[in-house]
Design a protein around this ligand. Structure first.
Ligand SMILES: Cc1cc2nc3c(=O)[nH]c(=O)nc-3n(C[C@H](O)[C@H](O)[C@H](O)COP(=O)(O)OP(=O)(O)OC[C@H]3O[C@@H](n4cnc5c(N)ncnc54)[C@H](O)[C@@H]3O)c2cc1C
Ligand code: FES
Length: 340
């Protein structure tokens, strides 16, 4: 714990919490069970943008895209990056949402690599065994850390396993050539220590009766698998539609499971946009955006979850908004990179 702590007050409401000078205001809040809006935790998505009405903060390392200079000058800050330099007063603009579940306070634990399985040319499944239960909601993510005490490399990955599997978490990781974490996924040997901290994220499957529209490309399938597996276990009777995009047939992961669909009412729409001569494919072609454009007439009465590459999330999000989707029924799990 930091030696110097400041008081953070949220207005309206007057809720207060303490925040160390060496932790972000978001981390301080989550540590003490205070729910603030956030997404990527990397200073990139802008979800955690709040107005600092009084007091001083160090705004930290943020891109001008996420926090333009004029907003910074006006007192806005990204709370996943900002650290307090004095007591601060923050304007809480959050809309009341009765479907928000109680905050699960993030924990940190040393786990072990249990299995590393190649799924497709690019996607790998990583299983991690925990010495203690980690509770989370389907669709949330954790940060996985590799390395020694002072030099741990942290990266965010969404669970693909359901919350019922609280001692063994599975992930779907896209291997990025040269990526500090994912680039060496095939060399992660079973039994190796891996740090886990979380859970994080507000894009978890909400209860309700509306049909659920899910959209992912590549490893964006991970949080959706967790949601579908969880929904299957709980006998969820809603209608689910999953648009899942990849380039070629061999890039589609978990096809059998998705077609078996856990007893759910699931319309599964895989679509491929990089077919080559000789590929055998009788399903949809083109991007997921195109598939959604063709299949969805009105989005007014659905809950939508868009997961994975940020540009796809933005494009499909705009499309669904244009088709009538209210903002409070749209959830993003955008896989922003930690590095530029
Ligand atoms: C909330 C959240 C959830 C996430 N969940 C998942 C998940 O379930 N599965 C998953 O695979 N990833 C997920 N990510 C992304 C993940 O955290 C890492 O950013 C990703 O694995 C790259 O890390 P790296 O260390 O391998 O690459 P880095 O060393 O960080 O980056 C190497 C280079 O690759 C670029 N790069 C980073 N990401 C991509 C990309 N997707 N495509 C192309 N180039 C890229 C970087 O800009 C950089 O130039 C998530 C991210 C967030 C914020
Ligand atoms: S910018 Fe702070 S959570 Fe994304």
């Amino acid at each position: 714990m930091s030696e110097v702590e400041y008081l953070v007050e949220l207005e309206p409401g007057g809720q207060t919490f303490k925040c160390g000078e060496d932790e972000t205001i978001l981390d301080g809040a989550l540590r003490q069970g205070i729910a603030l809006l956030y997404g990527c935790r990397h200073g990139r998505c802008s979800t955690c943008k709040y107005l600092v009405e009084d007091g001083e903060v160090d705004v930290g390392d943020v891109t001008a895209y996420a926090l333009p200079d004029n907003e910074r000058e006006a007192g806005w800050a990204l709370l996943c990056r900002a650290r307090p330099l004095s007591d601060v007063l923050i304007r809480d603009h959050k809309l009341p949402d009765e479907r928000v579940l109680p905050l699960l306070t993030p924990m940190r634990v040393d786990a072990t690599v249990a299995a590393v399985i190649q799924l497709t040319p690019e996607l790998w499944q990583l299983d991690v065994a925990l010495p203690t239960a980690l509770h989370f909601y389907a669709g949330q993510f954790v940060e996985l850390g590799l390395g020694e005490k002072e030099a741990v490399l942290w990266r965010s990955y969404s669970m693909s396993s359901p919350p019922s599997s609280s001692h063994r978490l599975s992930f779907v990781i896209k291997r990025i050539e040269g990526g500090a974490f994912s680039g060496a996924i095939e060399h992660l040997e079973a039994g190796r220590t891996i740090a886990v901290r979380g859970p994080f994220g507000a894009s978890y499957l909400r209860a309700g009766s509306r049909p659920v529209l899910l959209c992912a490309i590549g490893s964006g399938l991970a949080p959706i698998l967790s949601m579908l597996r969880d929904a299957g276990e709980s006998g969820d009777r809603r209608a689910f539609t999953l648009f899942y995009g990849a380039r070629r047939p061999q890039d589609l992961a978990y096809l059998e499971e998705l077609r078996d669909c856990w007893g759910l009412q699931l319309a599964f729409v895989p679509t491929l946009d990089g077919l080559e001569d000789g590929d055998v494919w009788s399903g949809a072609t083109g991007t997921v955006t195109r598939a959604v454009q063709h299949a969805v007439e009105s989005a007014r009465d659905v809950d939508a979850y868009l997961c994975g590459a940020p540009p796809m999330c933005e494009t499909v999000g705009r499309l669904l908004s244009a088709k009538g989707l209210p903002v409070e029924q749209l959830f993003f799990d955008r896989f922003f990179a930690a590095s530029a």
